[in-house]
Write a protein that binds this ligand. Structure first.
Ligand code: SF4
Ligand code: SF4
Length: 164
């Protein structure tokens, strides 16, 4: 390598350093957009797009507007929703015998496997009763896959209890 080639390489390196320092300096002077979690938390989470949950209602016993039609589960491309209709206790017919049990218009089970959810929103968009929404649960953490499997009925029940 010639002397002039060394000089050229040194100038190139210096130029690259100046460019890098200029970018770093600009970032140091602009407003910080992130926080040092967990020492600090953010409060502007209204637009956060978290896992699905039931829209809160005062419906007794089943805590949602869900009629257990199964549309969300059928439309979920990731197959992460399982819904089961509740079954009503059999009525006694005129002949004194128990009738065939009828299915209720609310779920006995609503399971979400968030491990596979792509947050596509098909379930929210296709729900005929607008029973679903995206949560603002931004501080989710867990140690196993099971920690991200949710019983949405239980979550709604707990949210209602915490509110009272
Ligand atoms: S959440 Fe909506 S789409 Fe899903 S089962 Fe309930 S009513 Fe049907
Ligand atoms: S957001 Fe998409 S992937 Fe997630 S549960 Fe709903 S339909 Fe399934």
């Amino acid at each position: 390598m010639t002397f002039f080639e060394d000089i050229r390489q040194a100038i190139k390196g210096l130029y690259s350093l100046v460019i890098g320092l200029r970018i770093t300096g600009r970032a140091l002077l602009t407003k910080t957009e992130t926080v040092h979690y967990p020492r600090q938390t953010v409060d502007n989470i209204d637009t956060y797009h978290g896992h699905i949950e039931f829209v809160p209602t005062d419906a007794p016993d089943h805590y949602s507007k869900c009629i257990a039609c199964g549309t969300c589960a059928r439309n979920c491309p990731s197959g992460c929703i399982t819904v089961e209709k509740a079954v009503l206790p059999p009525e006694i017919g005129e002949d004194g015998k128990p009738q065939k049990p009828k299915k209720a218009k609310y779920p006995s089970l609503f399971h979400l496997d968030y491990n596979y959810c792509s947050l596509c929103g098909h379930c929210v968009e296709n729900c005929p009763t607008n029973a679903l929404r995206f949560s603002t649960d931004v501080y989710l953490a867990g140690f196993s896959r099971e920690d991200f499997e949710y019983d949405l009925i239980e979550r709604s029940r707990k949210a209602l209890e915490d509110k009272e």
